[in-house]
Ligand binder design. Sequence first.
Ligand code: ATP
Length: 233
Amino acid sequence: MKALELREVGAYYGQSHILHGVSLEVGEGELVALLGRNGAGKTTTLRTAMGLLPPRRGRILVFGRETTHTPPHRLALLGVGYVPEGRRVFPYLTVEENLRLSAGKRPGPFDLRRIYTLFPRLEERRHHLGRQLSGGEQEMLAIARALLLNPRLLLLDEPSQGLAPLVVRQVAEVLKALKREGVSLLLAEQNAHLALGLADRVYVLDDGRVVHAGPAAELREDPERVRALTGVR
Ligand code: ATP
């Protein structure tokens, strides 16, 4: 069974046709990267998969179940986690309050104690307000919050954006740990180097279409091709 399947998905913002028949799959336990330049449609693809933007065409399945018209809160209960671009932590709640809002809604291995083991920095900062955290700490908090819902499939929108290289490496370590836990991951990234280093397979989007699909290893060895496909790096 696949964790996620998009079949020929067409999505619009009002009259603007953004996704043109996007098909992709995330296998159970797989880490799949979604690459593409700015505006290629990565965020729109994740939002559509998460039920935030209902598709006008095509189908979406999560763990074999039809979810084409399933709203986000139901997808969360089915085990789909979403870490949006820009983190969106609650600025005037403490780290621990931010976390407690998500905890206990779905049973599974991730509770507050597990989260503090995985992110020791969040435990150190647990009485600080969201707004007092660095960009990297906010990203960790956003990921931690999604994990407390015990997702079986996690959709991440550019977790490396705006982070220093050292912090990007920490985020990468967390994603590797989640993969080891068996969480299926779809990672939208502009940082092709990071994504290709982590992913099993990769899709490249351009102008709302899949223009490449294949094993990540293939592109890891071919930076010229990556540059041609994504226009970055
Ligand atoms: P980025 O890296 O900038 O997030 P992306 O690959 O995630 O890029 P999307 O954010 O999915 O791309 O954007 C795809 C296209 O949809 C772009 O042309 C963008 O201008 C357009 N778009 C995004 N959000 C809206 C919106 N709310 N209304 C209309 N058009 C939108």
